[in-house]
Design a protein around this ligand. Structure first.
Ligand SMILES: NC(=O)c1ccc[n+]([C@@H]2O[C@H](COP(=O)([O-])OP(=O)(O)OC[C@H]3O[C@@H](n4cnc5c(N)ncnc54)[C@H](OP(=O)(O)O)[C@@H]3O)[C@@H](O)[C@H]2O)c1
Length: 299
């Protein structure tokens, strides 16, 4: 038997579903162009320093900034030939790029000498991305030198660079520190690495407040936490890499976060919100049981 009410509610349901689908489609279509516009607006004409630019995320970010977003990029790392090649590529595409060698594991004076050159070039945004990890090895199997290197580059090097920037670079507006989702909760095989990245998040949180209250230097401090990104650093690792993304996509996420001047940004969304945030709040016994069953150390 015909029922007028149910036909009306079916129509209404169809209309609501169709409207939701169209809205999602429009958002999906328009969001990237909005992100691109905002990034271009923010970075065009700015001088941006990217450390760790000789490979992986730093290389992809420097390429994006120099070839598509109109920034003058200054690239740093230890492998100068790789940097020079990227400088060439960016200039050939009509962009502005320069490079200066940096070994972030050296003394404060060495780091400061490099920072002085970057400061003289009028750096406005610094992305402190240089970092190393210890290849998924169990802590007990690491050599003291490996532990020392991870601590030196990730923590000491980043802090020295940030300190030198804040004292030397008068044009500076923003420091973005690249941490990791590994900072959210301890992971087997990532003990020293995760500890350095967690320390960086804590460092940035405290420093941001300090800088907000230092009226003479309105420098914004932010922390960016990527999930798994396909780069030479993790390419050969055997452990699971859920929601692995390409370095180019990671570069867009970082550029977008900097252009929005967020305080803390983790990506990809599913990994940050659904996996790592839940892991952070998860009872210890459950967390350790799940990890114990799913995570196998090499060897
Ligand atoms: N890939 C991921 O899944 C992932 C996830 C979360 C966070 N991250 C973080 O993202 C950043 C980039 O990592 P990536 O995956 O792109 O690794 P990558 O391809 O190995 O790049 C690391 C960069 O850091 C530089 N670097 C290493 N030691 C250095 C030193 N002593 N002084 C100066 N620069 C040094 C390297 O250049 P030289 O060797 O030429 O010096 C290289 O350019 C790191 O901080 C990493 O912890 C990566």
């Amino acid at each position: 038997m015909w029922n007028g009410r149910s036909v009306f509610s079916t129509d209404l349901r169809t209309t609501v579903l169709a409207a939701t689908a169209i809205t999602c489609l429009l958002l999906w279509l328009l969001w990237p162009s909005r992100t691109r516009r905002r990034c271009r607006w923010y970075f065009a004409g700015k001088t941006v320093w990217v450390t760790g630019a000789s490979s992986g995320i730093g290389e992809a970010l420097a390429r994006l900034l120099g070839t598509q977003l109109g920034a003058h990029v200054i690239l740093s790392a230890r492998r100068v030939p790789q940097l020079q090649q990227l400088v060439h590529e960016i200039r050939a595409a009509g962009g502005r790029a320069d490079c200066v060698a940096l070994d972030a594991s050296l003394s404060y004076d060495d780091v400061r000498r490099v920072v002085s050159q970057v400061a003289a070039a009028g750096v406005q945004v610094a992305v402190l991305n240089a970092g190393v990890n210890h290849g998924g090895e169990a802590f007990a199997n690491l050599h003291a030198q490996q532990i020392d290197n991870v601590l030196n580059v990730n923590l000491r090097g980043t802090m020295f660079t940030a300190h030198a920037l804040l004292t030397e670079a008068t044009t500076l507006q923003c420091i973005a520190v690249i941490s990791s989702l590994a900072a959210y909760r301890g992971l087997p095989g990532g003990t020293v690495y995760g500890a350095t990245k967690a320390a960086l998040c804590s460092f940035v949180d405290g420093l941001r407040v300090e800088m907000r209250h230092a009226s003479h230097t309105p420098v914004h401090l932010m922390c960016v936490c990527p999930g798994f990104v396909r780069t030479p650093a993790i390419e050969h690792r055997q452990h699971p890499k859920p929601f692995l993304m390409e370095a180019e996509a990671a570069a867009w996420h970082i550029a977008d976060a900097v252009s929005r001047q967020t305080a803390h940004y983790g990506f990809p969304w599913v990994m940050e919100q659904l996996v790592m945030r839940i892991a952070r709040g998860c009872p210890r016994a459950l967390y350790e049981t799940v990890l114990g069953r799913t995570w196998h150390l090499p060897g």
